[in-house]
Design a protein around this ligand. Sequence first.
Ligand code: MRU
Length: 349
Amino acid sequence: MNTIRTIEWKDDKVIMIDQRKLPLQEVYNTYEDYKAVADAIKTMVIRGAPAIGVAAAMGVALGALGIAVKTFDEFYKKIVKVCETIDATRPTASNLFWATERMKAICLLHKEMPINKLKERLKEEALKIYHEDREACRKIGENGKLFFKNGDNVLTHCNAGALATAGIGTALGVLYAADEEGKTLHVYADETRPMLQGARLTAWELQKHGMHVTVITDNMAGYMMREGKINKVIVGADRITANGDTANKIGTFGVAVLAKYHNIPFYVAAPTSTIDLKKKSGLEIPIEERSENEVTHILQHQITPDYVNVRNPAFDVTPAELITAIITENGVAEAPFEKNLATLVPKNA
Ligand code: MRU
């Protein structure tokens, strides 16, 4: 049973667990305006593509509540500004733009509604996105659990669990579903430098769930595979293009190459809101570059000499040819992805 409350809407406020403080402190922050929600996304209070999508939708709903105008045109102009602020936070995760587009579309669909009713309708849509994400996670778990058997040793990278979604998670959701069926799995969590989502978040939630978890540093995966300690890999995704190329946390590409070399299946689990059919290949995915501080420091402690050059791309792209299957709430796609992925994405998405 997942008891983690990553994000919630309560009394016209948004409540999020502050993921920067986990696992040492479990703190919940309350947000009353959209600018603060945008800041929470940017600074990674909340992170993980589906959770970012839910936060974005709730941010727009909060933004709408704060608009005091009389006509639809004035209202819509302000909503577009709210969406622009939220869209500017993190460029890679598809779900963010998918959510703000969906909120704008709701406005245009209900042009004739009195403004107060439209604000309520936007709140309703944000909650719908929240509930749909929970259900998508559950279905991803059901669709993916068949690939895992008792005794599997599974490597995951970053955090694609309950903390990254409104529900049980995507990659970890699959593992929770397999665990629920009585399969005993052992999970290896890559620590995931620079922000340590694996060491801090994946380890925390798997432990909370009572599952076996071992944290390894990112450079140990090849050794563990060579030793026969890992027989499957599953990760989440931030954006999947029409040909199946998948952006996920920096380091995922390296894990996929290692898995291919060792003949280990490499699964991606994601809701269809992460699939961006408008982009043909991974070459078109914008990759977020984050602050140098995240590399020069570990948990506020400086580890590099002053003024050294640093790069900090937050994501990389795993080419489709390295992916065994993409597990979504609407089914599982295998190669050829160009043909098979499109059939899983709802037509109006
Ligand atoms: O920078 P983050 O922590 O937002 O990156 C998260 C990931 O890369 C996840 O694997 C991805 O968003 C999928 S979460 C279900």
